[in-house]
Every structure is written in structure tokens, then in C-alpha cells.
Design a protein. Structure first.
Length: 116
């Protein structure tokens, strides 16, 4: 299993970023996918989750209305569109999948910094 995140960077408050996570090594379309984040001095938190077919999504309250999770099963990729970014969104963002006996797998993370 391999998860490779990209798309992070430095953005001003109110700006937007789109994160991508390219997956391989498992049948992507069979599994729900998640985005987590870990800010400085904070615990890792679940940001968004999307069902295997993409029909169901859920978000932590702090990002509802600003972030959108989506997936392209033909490309084995999950996305996180982040709009109206705030300094408190600064974190390392990770994509994740839980696969039965293998357990939870993580990417290497991508840094998002929101600052003027």
C-alpha cells in the first residue's frame, strides 16, 4: 500500500489549495478514504472522509462549508479542496485508508501553512 500526498504549500488567509493523494497497492474503489491533519503541538485529527463510491462524505465541524473531499476511482486519487483557509488550518495533512488485517495506512503528509 502506498499513499502519496501532494499540493501543500504556503497560502494567505482566505486563499485556497487542492491536496491530492495518489493511492496504489490495493483496490482503491473498495475503500473509504480519509484526510487527517496534525497542527503544531496538536493531536492528529480527522478532517474528512469519503465512502468508497464517493456518495457519502463527512467533515469535522471546523471545516464544514470550506473543505470538499472528492475522489476519482479511475485515477486512484482522493482530493481535498480547501477554500477560505484560516491560520488555524496550518498543519501537516495526511491521507489514510484502513484495510482489514493490514490496518490503517498513512501517506508521508504534505505541509499546509496559512499565513500572511
Amino acid at each position: 500500500v502506498q499513499l502519496v500526498e501532494s499540493g501543500g504549500g504556503l497560502v494567505q488567509p482566505g486563499g485556497s489549495l487542492r491536496l491530492s493523494c495518489a493511492a496504489s497497492g490495493f483496490t482503491f474503489s473498495n475503500y473509504a478514504m480519509s484526510w487527517f491533519r496534525q497542527g503544531p503541538g496538536k493531536e492528529r485529527e480527522l478532517v474528512a472522509v469519503i465512502s468508497s463510491a464517493g456518495a457519502i462524505t463527512n467533515y469535522v465541524d471546523s471545516v464544514k462549508g470550506r473543505f470538499t473531499i472528492s475522489r476519482d476511482n479511475a485515477k486512484n486519487t482522493v482530493y481535498l479542496q480547501m477554500n477560505s483557509l484560516k491560520p488555524e488550518d496550518t498543519a501537516v495533512y495526511y491521507c489514510s485508508v484502513s484495510i482489514g488485517r493490514i490496518g490503517t495506512q498513512w501517506g508521508q503528509g504534505t505541509q499546509v501553512t496559512v499565513s500572511s
